[in-house]
Design a protein around this ligand. Structure first.
Ligand SMILES: [Zn+2]
Length: 147
């Protein structure tokens, strides 16, 4: 079932819920449709992709700086293209290699093809003489939801 993104009243992203759950929120009038699938209705409602809470909910995690890191998320952010050569990405490259303390973080990882990943090995791009086409960043929720 399609997941629907829930935004806080100030448009800060909170979490995803099932479509069924989102519809219940609309029916209970705790949320309104923020972004809908074009030309599709569920009952009287446009099919929601993103709903927004009517009243602001205080959360602890909303300052955490965006979505949690994931391999799938890195591929989605980078459009499944290798950050070095632009070929189809099949793996993830750690810019500062994990063997040298590089972490699983948005800014330390790019989508990569196997060839570039192997060529780079346990080196930084500078050491390997390789140039990143992209500057890895923390993706917006929207960028991940679109895929
Ligand atoms: Zn490549």
């Amino acid at each position: 079932m399609t997941a629907v993104l829930v935004l806080n009243a100030d448009l800060g992203p909170l979490h995803r819920v099932s479509l069924r759950h989102a519809i219940r929120m609309l029916l209970r009038e705790v949320a309104v449709v923020h972004e809908a699938e074009p030309d599709r209705l569920i009952g009287v409602y446009p099919l929601p992709r993103v709903v927004r809470l009517v009243s602001y909910v205080v959360t602890r995690w909303r300052f955490s700086g965006g979505p949690a890191w994931s391999r799938a998320g890195v591929h989605a952010r980078d459009g499944r293209r290798c950050g070095y050569c632009g070929a189809e990405a099949t793996t993830i490259d750690h810019i500062m290699p994990r063997s040298r303390g590089g972490r699983n973080s948005w800014k330390n990882t790019v989508a990569a093809c196997t060839g570039c990943n192997q060529r780079k090995g346990d080196r930084t791009p500078a050491e390997a003489g390789m140039v990143l086409r992209v500057k890895p960043s923390i993706p917006t929720w929207g960028a991940l939801v679109q895929r």
